[in-house]
Design a protein around this ligand. Sequence first.
Ligand code: NDP
Length: 291
Amino acid sequence: MTARIIDGNALSARVRDEIAQRAAALTARGVQPCLAVILVGGDAASAVYVRNKVAGCEKAGIRSLRFDYPANATQEEVMAKLADLNADPAVHGILVQLPLPKHLDETQVLETIDVTKDVDGFHAENVGRLSQGLEAFIPCTPHGVMKMLESAEVPVQGAEAVIIGRSNIVGKPMAMLLTNAGATVTVCHSKTRDLASHTRRADILVAAIGKPRFVTADMVKPGATVIDVGINRLQDGPDAGKLCGDVDFEAVKAVAAAITPVPGGVGPMTITMLLENTVISAARVARAARK
Ligand code: NDP
């Protein structure tokens, strides 16, 4: 058996077409969706993510504003910029690229973003709303995963879903979304005992660990759907410098029924959902203006 590949690039292209149409319609009504992105210092990977987000905006007809700060920027500088952006009615989405340099208070930064512009969905109010199944900005990576499951017609209701990783940006919101969708969810992490005994039960296995090729074929139930969130740059060996996921793709492909590749899987969908959240936010502003 060889698994069906769930193609994030193809799905992204389709969804981004729809987003571009919605953005054009809003712009015609005088509300061009606008995303502000703040990057503080940032390693090479963060700079690439920001560049891709800005480029994604441009292609979709979404205006983007980019603010780059040096690694030694102060909390006050970042907070002052957020206050400006919160107050600017032309800005519909605000994103602070994570991780922030250690000396900055990440929680305070995230809580300062106006909840109605929190297109990353990391503000505690959005997280709380999501956990209650209320309308909220949904964090982009797990939201993208849900879209991929839907487009690939993977049954979620009643499925055993196992997530490896409990971060605030991927693992936990992924657990909430799958729970809300009717899956039976197990969240594993570095303290989990006998990890493989959990992963082998999974109809849907989501890997969000940050360790290259961590999930091996013997950890996967035959016929499972495997979603690889990981983005790792290989340090050595014949593939040094290449990107790879948290799943041993070639081996797991022979066991799973469906699998997402890296690159070209969850990554492009993450940015797509960010663009969608920005358009949703702008549409709310346009609706409010008509009332
Ligand atoms: P974090 O480092 O915040 O979380 C990693 C999680 O994996 C933690 O919960 C950790 O457990 C768990 N973990 C680490 N080692 C093990 C182990 N040996 N066994 C079981 N669990 C383990 O990472 P993120 O959630 O931010 O990101 C995960 C991956 O996804 C990264 O590769 C990142 O680059 C990628 N990513 C990709 C995105 C995309 O667009 N495709 C977007 C965001 C992230 P514990 O909590 O106990 O430490």
